[in-house]
Design a protein around this ligand. Structure first.
Ligand code: SF4
Ligand code: FES
Length: 749
């Protein structure tokens, strides 16, 4: 642009506005400068728009058409940049790069992982990865959207469609409790790519790689395409009518032979509100309250007094404004990558962040203080923070925390990191939040941790955020719980929770979109319970059917299903189906509705998913009040015993790309570093004490089961612990805090 009294044209985007400034955007000088700039930008840019993935949505094309000249005067050779493989998610065409450095700044300012950098100068300047490393952090796909040209493109999407042919479908990502707004883009009934939809209050303009690439599994070859029923010849294809009849007859015969209380339903937390609601409605109509979606939780002692749902009382968008954040049992960066970005944002603005964890996770922000201890000690470290806080604030120690329990906190008296955490929480600053993550929720003393966190939040004046997996909030609101119906209405005689259904095995199970030995906290007991059941129905999307399943009903993937998602702040968001169901698969809510008809149950006449939601939302209470309050009488008591000599405490948080059946089958995600094969990790000092070397073949033993794998030294693991993540194909894991033993393959250590 031309600025009055400036000696030459100035770049509009980099010139600060001043009072009284006169700017001309269309003068001869301005137009000439714009043309020259574009001519320079295009000197080395290839003329390959017809075969470029960015074609049709390319800002450089738009600028060239709007402000460029018609001819190029450049006759010399254009420079060419050699490409190399930067991982399974992003394909490069660096000859197209115009060196805007947006991708470099994204790593520096947003993601906190410097995956791209600049090398060389002038003609030799290029954007590259460091030492040939891959670009596959949990949010790296966002650079594809940021790159103004076709230099960084999506590897799975590459050359499969032109942008103007694609049809947009608004949807919600089902993989974590943030509820990122996504656009599923399709061509001729096939999903081609997933992009973010801007929602400043939820995901801003970002999505995680899990949100972006999980669609690949929906179109995968191993989708289950027709119903199957087990007979004398094993599992054989059946018509929908036969399969639904077999399902209804199987459940009836269990009810006849035993009792309806012998039925149990286990539902994936990725289900939609409608599916949660219909599973519990069906089970309760049949006479069983044994229904649950909290598959990794093992402590349910706080159920009766729990709030309407576990969630955050601090709106997601205000995480970035926090001045103090305490993470407890949380690897927020990998569990909820977009909330991780908000925490990083807050940290960059000066917030103090601290953690009490059992793994020293690699985070994309710095920590003011950290206490890395075995899972069994986490509640005591938290109790010590509470005691110090009470001391600093002259507050009473809550009376319902038993003296015995507080004695356990003595282990941390004089612990400098606990003192720093208490001091941080004591500061008189604005917003703050205590985050309880996945391993806090799956902890054997979850109710106690939650109770302590409530008190700490109350005394220090910060919010409490419990971040459950996927669409769990909808599971709570829809009544997919043994002790509550829809909208939190208490059930008179509560049924069995997920853990009880496994440890007091039922005669029949209805499984909704789960792989039991990977998704339920105690994989081996789960398998045993299923094998001993007389009848198992599984509604699932993929074709690897366990041999204990009697009737398998194919359900659609999230791209083919309409439904409702409620995120951790209670935000209700609806989705539409982007494509038709694959093969004979059908949306889960429709199958459950028809199953209700097969049982001749009243109230199963919905025409569309919205009808199910309307039935409950008519009486819905306020969904903005999660978590109850600290006055809930959940006593904190001393843990009965510590780990036996020779045993380790297990840390089994699932890895980012093992959280659900869909993600586990997304090809590109499964090729990233985060999906590397699962082995056992122990602290280097423990490995030395065991006289084992890195890579030694071992047997990891727990109670019923053993897993054959290798052990490696891992500095992130707390002393006395073993890290063996659940949800992988390396073998079933046990629950967090379980006692495990390491034996060398050739003999006991
Ligand atoms: S964002 Fe694209 S054009 Fe800009 S520097 Fe990075 S690769 Fe080059
Ligand atoms: S179309 Fe603009 S860089 Fe390819």
């Amino acid at each position: 642009v031309e600025v009055e009294r400036a000696p030459k044209a100035l770049p509009a985007c980099a010139t600060p506005v001043m009072d009284g400034m006169k700017v001309k955007t269309n003068s001869k000088v301005a137009v000439g400068a714009q043309k020259d700039t574009l001519e320079f930008l295009l000197i080395n840019h290839p003329l390959d728009c017809p075969i470029c993935d960015q074609g049709g949505e390319c800002p450089l094309q738009d600028q060239a058409v709007g402000y460029g000249g018609h001819l190029s005067r450049y006759e010399e050779k254009k420079r060419v940049v050699a490409d190399h493989d930067i991982g399974p998610l992003i394909e490069t065409e660096m000859t197209r790069c115009i060196h805007c450095t947006r991708c470099v700044r994204f790593g520096d300012e947003i993601a906190g992982v410097m995956e791209f950098g600049i090398t060389g100068r002038s003609e030799h300047l290029k954007i590259d990865t460091f030492f040939g490393s891959t670009v596959d952090s949990e949010v790296s796909g966002n650079v594809i959207d940021l790159c103004p040209v076709g230099a960084l493109t999506s590897k799975p999407y590459r050359f499969t469609a032109r942008s103007w042919e694609l049809i947009d479908h608004e949807s919600i990502s089902p993989h974590d409790c943030v509820g990122a707004n996504i656009s599923i883009q399709t061509l001729r009934g096939e999903v081609k790519r997933v992009l973010p939809r801007i929602n400043e209050a939820v995901n801003e303009c970002w999505i995680s790689d899990r949100d972006r690439y999980s669609y690949e599994a929906a179109g995968a070859e191993n989708r289950l395409l027709q119903p199957m029923v087990r007979g004398e010849l094993g599992l054989t294809p059946a018509s929908w009518e036969d399969a639904l009849n077999a399902a209804a007859n199987g459940l009836w015969s269990v009810i006849d032979e035993y009792d309806a209380s012998e039925l149990g339903a286990l539902v994936s937390p990725t289900a939609s509100f409608e599916e949660f609601y219909l599973v519990q409605k069906l089970m309760r109509a049949l006479g069983s309250d044994n229904v649950d979606h909290r598959l990794r939780q093992i402590d349910f002692s706080g159920d009766d007094d729990a709030g309407l749902y576990p969630g955050t009382s601090l709106p997601i968008e205000r995480f970035s404004d926090c001045s103090k954040i305490l993470l407890v049992g949380s690897n927020i960066r990998k569990e909820q990558p977009l909330l991780g970005l908000r925490v990083r944002n807050a940290w960059r603005a000066g917030a103090k962040v601290a953690a009490i964890n059992s793994m020293d996770w690699s985070l994309n922000f710095g920590l003011e203080a950290k206490t890395i201890v075995a899972p069994g000690l986490v509640p005591y470290a938290l109790a010590q923070v509470l005691l110090l806080l009470c001391e600093m604030k002259n507050a009473e120690v809550p009376a319902d925390i038993s003296g015995d329990f507080l004695d356990g906190a003595d282990e941390f008296s004089g612990h400098e990191e606990c003192r720093k955490i208490a001091a941080m929480l004591c500061e008189n600053t604005d917003d703050g939040v205590i985050v309880l993550g996945q391993s806090a929720i799956s902890h054997p003393m979850f109710s106690c941790i939650e109770h302590l966190a409530h008190f700490i939040a109350e005394i220090s004046g910060v919010a409490l955020a419990i971040l459950p997996p996927a669409n769990s909030v909808a599971g709570w609101m829809a009544g997919c719980l043994p002790h509550r119906g829809a909208n939190g209405v208490p059930v008179e005689a509560p049924g069995l929770n997920a853990r009880q259904m496994i440890h007091n095995p039922r005669a029949a199970y209805l499984l909704f979109d789960i792989e039991p030995s990977r998704d339920i906290s105690d994989g081996m007991h789960t398998r045993q319970a299923m094998e001993n059941a007389s009848f198992v129905i599984s509604l699932q999307s993929f074709d690897d059917v366990p041999d204990y399943v009697d009737v398998v009903l194919p359900i659609t993937s999230f791209t083919e299903n309409a439904g409702t998602f409620i995120n951790c702040e209670g935000r209700v968001q609806h989705t539409v189906a982007a494509v038709e169901p694959m093969g004979e698969s059908r949306p889960g809510w429709k199958i459950l509705r028809v199953l209700g008809n097969f049982f001749n149950l009243p109230g199963f006449d919905y025409v569309q998913a919205g009808d199910v939601f309307e039935e409950t939302s008519a009486e819905a209470e306020d969904v903005s009040e999660p978590n109850g309050s600290s006055s809930r009488p959940v006593p904190c008591i001393q843990k009965e015993s510590s780990v036996s000599p020779g045993y380790f405490e297990l840390i089994s948080d699932p890895k980012i790309y093992s959280v659900d059946a869909t993600v586990r089958r997304a090809a590109a995600l499964q090729s990233t570093a985060d999906a590397s094969p699962v082995t056992v990790g122990v602290h280097p000092d423990d490995l030395e004490a065991l006289s084992l070397k890195n890579g030694t073949a071992i047997v990891l033993r727990h109670d019923l089961h053993s897993v054959h794998t290798q052990v490696f030294s891992d500095t992130r693991v707390a002393r006395g612990c073993v890290y063996f993540p659940a949800g992988s194909d390396a073998g079933p894991s046990a629950s967090i805090g379980a006692e495990v033993r390491i034996e060398q393959e050739s003999g006991t250590v």
